[in-house]
Write a protein that binds this ligand. Sequence first.
Ligand code: 5SP
Ligand code: FE2
Length: 224
Amino acid sequence: MSNVRALIGPSILNSDLSRLYEESQKLLDNGADYLHLDVMDGHFVPNLTFGHPVVKCLRSKIKDAFFETHMMVSKPEQWIAPMADAGVNQYTFHIEPVNNVEDICRKIKEHGMKVGLAIKPGTPVAEVEKYVNISDMILIMTVEPGFGGQKFMEDQMIKVKHLREHYPLLNIEVDGGVGPSTINCCANAGANMIVSGTAVIGAQDQAATIKLLRETVQEAIKKL
Ligand SMILES: O=C(CO)[C@@H](O)[C@H](O)COP(=O)(O)O
Ligand SMILES: [Fe+2]
């Protein structure tokens, strides 16, 4: 795992979205490696958040940070061009509603973005494993997508372990219920990209929490 880096990407979902820029900048100032932006369409998941117009406004104020959009949408192909235009760096989409994953991966790359592939807790890891070679990152959801603040599903770690065992250099992200009390589990299983919403946003000391998450993953990477 020598080239796998511990990266912390806070989710701003449960922050005060009327202050999206200030909250995002604060996270970056406190050590976030990237921002995880949760896009929901009210169809793939029973919730709505924001889309490319909001991401574009955020990008106009934050020039440098790496933006990942977590696309919890039924038609990921529909938002590739607008998200690229909005300045997104990585387009992570769920494979469940998609017929031709390869086609969407190709279009994302053609638009100059990295590709992330996400699976829900009920989706077997084999379903996404077949696309490892055409993606930049695999996201193993550790809650049912749709809402922040849910309980971490430890039983999903078997998928992370499987991927880490077979793909030592793969970027593996976990998302949902991850914070200081669950990071050990994720790190020991082999996750290196950590999304954390409520635990970071609500922390008394954001910088210390982000640091703790990163150091826990760094330690695990050394052991693995
Ligand atoms: O994608 C999602 C939820 O669907 C996540 O990004 C969560 O929003 C992370 O928040 P916490 O579970 O850490 O509160
Ligand atoms: Fe997410």
